[in-house]
Design a protein around this ligand. Structure first.
Ligand code: UTP
Length: 413
């Protein structure tokens, strides 16, 4: 795209402020900016902006509790059967793991990728190493090398790869695993719908949310690679959980035995007000209702056994059959808008650090894919065994709580 073509498009969409930035760049960067403009879907950005400005729609939907099984309440026979089926799948090389590590980790405030963070163990293992060890242990136990795919984003891709290289992949067989792939991104816009310019004079873009994992797996050859390896089950989880069981035979066997193409391990809410999305059925389809969406009445409702009716937290512990992944990849997931603080370059070429949210960021959520499934299997796991996340710098879900839970779990043997 040449300058005139870019100008024409920018004028059409009211984005000519980008030209000011263009004038300040050297010729190589000018070329880069023109290239970025040519790849930007301005129509989509306008549409996303219009949606962001609209008040949230109050659609009438039928919300019902979702069925789940509690792994702690399975009979010994059921448990043994699930474990047998799951182990069989793992031992025959049918399992792959995807770690989603493309997020910005804004709340934690660590300067590098979240996986490189040291939660303060005596060993000073990073979160990546903790997860690597979990997989290596499974590999030894089952006599396989589980292919491990790590999703990064443009922002942290090179730092993530460099970290693994420096650490010699923590001894994980690099050739067979450690397939890094980058997720997609979308421009950020300000409250007037103008594209935000970053500190280098380019259009500021941000990762397109964890829902981007499906498209990114297809676009980067991850699904093809899995097919070549005869993978049937793909466990997809977040980078920030230091207790994540990446190869849990009971979970896998549960999905196999019950013919679920997608299954999720839930963690029961600590209290009705815990800020976590929970599973439900919306208009008969599997759905995760966000803590911001759920009514007080729903959040507190209990069944005859005193269990919360909407208490099964979705914490990104998901298992997909490869066929389901191939299917989901074709659907377009809805975009959610986040209103965030984002530094930018103003028209005078100065970098501005805003005091309050000034920008819209657009993301898709992995769990919106569930609504595309007629059914998904839900099995309740245990918080102290399966889930302790690093989200905040302090307080709940912080390095301190993750370290405490990690030590507690490992000391139990
Ligand atoms: P969160 O939504 O909690 O985001 O992501 P985050 O990046 O960890 O932290 P904040 O919100 O900026 O403070 C949950 C998981 O999904 C991944 C994250 O890396 C994390 O493992 N994720 C999130 C992606 O891989 N890509 C995204 O675009 C967003």
């Amino acid at each position: 795209m040449n300058f005139d073509e870019a100008k024409f498009i920018l004028e059409k969409y009211g984005q000519t402020h980008i030209l000011k930035s263009y004038e300040r760049l050297n010729s190589e960067d000018k070329e880069k900016l023109l290239n970025q403009i040519s790849k930007t879907d301005f129509e989509k950005i306008s549409e996303l902006y219009e949606n962001a400005k609209k008040p949230a729609e109050t659609e009438s939907a039928v919300i019902e509790p979702a069925k789940y099984v509690d792994s702690a309440k399975l009979s010994e026979e059921e448990k043994a059967e699930y474990i047998r089926l799951g182990e069989e799948a793992i031992k025959s090389g049918k399992l792959a793991v995807v770690t989603m590590a493309g997020g910005q980790g804004t709340r934690l405030g660590h300067s590098g990728p979240k996986g490189t963070f040291d939660i303060g163990l005596d060993s000073h293992k990073s979160i990546f190493e903790i997860q690597n060890d979990i997989l290596k242990e499974a590999n030894e136990k089952y006599g396989v090398t589980i292919p491990w795919y790590i999703m990064t984003s443009k922002e942290n891709d090179s730092d993530t790869k460099k970290f693994f290289e420096e650490k010699n992949y923590f001894g994980y067989p690099k050739k067979e695993a450690n397939f890094f792939f980058k997720q997609g991104e979308l421009p950020m816009i300000d409250e007037e719908g103008k594209l935000i310019i970053n500190e280098n004079g380019f259009i500021k873009e941000a990762a397109d949310g964890h829902g981007g994992v499906f498209e990114a797996m297809a676009a980067n050859g991850v699904l093809d690679d899995m097919r070549k390896r005869n993978i049937e089950w793909v466990f997809i989880a977040a980078v920030d959980n230091v207790l994540v069981k990446m190869a849990d035979p009971l979970f896998i066997g549960y999905a196999i035995k019950n013919n679920f193409k997608v299954a999720s391990k839930t963690i029961p809410k600590k209290s009705p007000s815990e800020r976590v999305g929970v599973f439900c059925k919306k208009n008969g389809r599997p759905y995760v209702i966000e803590y911001t969406e759920i009514s007080e009445e729903q959040a507190n409702a209990r069944d005859e056994n005193g269990e919360l009716l909407y208490g099964e937290g979705h914490v990104l512990l998901n298992l997909f059959n490869i066929e389901a992944l191939e299917e989901v990849e074709k659907y377009k997931l809805p975009y959610h808008t986040a209103h965030k603080k984002s530094s930018y370059m103003n028209e005078d070429g100065e970098i501005v650090q805003p005091e309050k949210p000034n920008a819209y960021k657009f993301e898709t959520f992995l769990f919106d894919a569930f609504a595309k499934m007629p059914e998904i299997g839900l099995i309740r796991g245990k918080r102290e065994v399966d889930f302790s996340v690093v989200k905040n710098a302090e307080g709940d879900d912080s390095p301190e709580t993750a370290k405490r839970d990690y030590i507690k779990f490992h000391n139990q043997g």
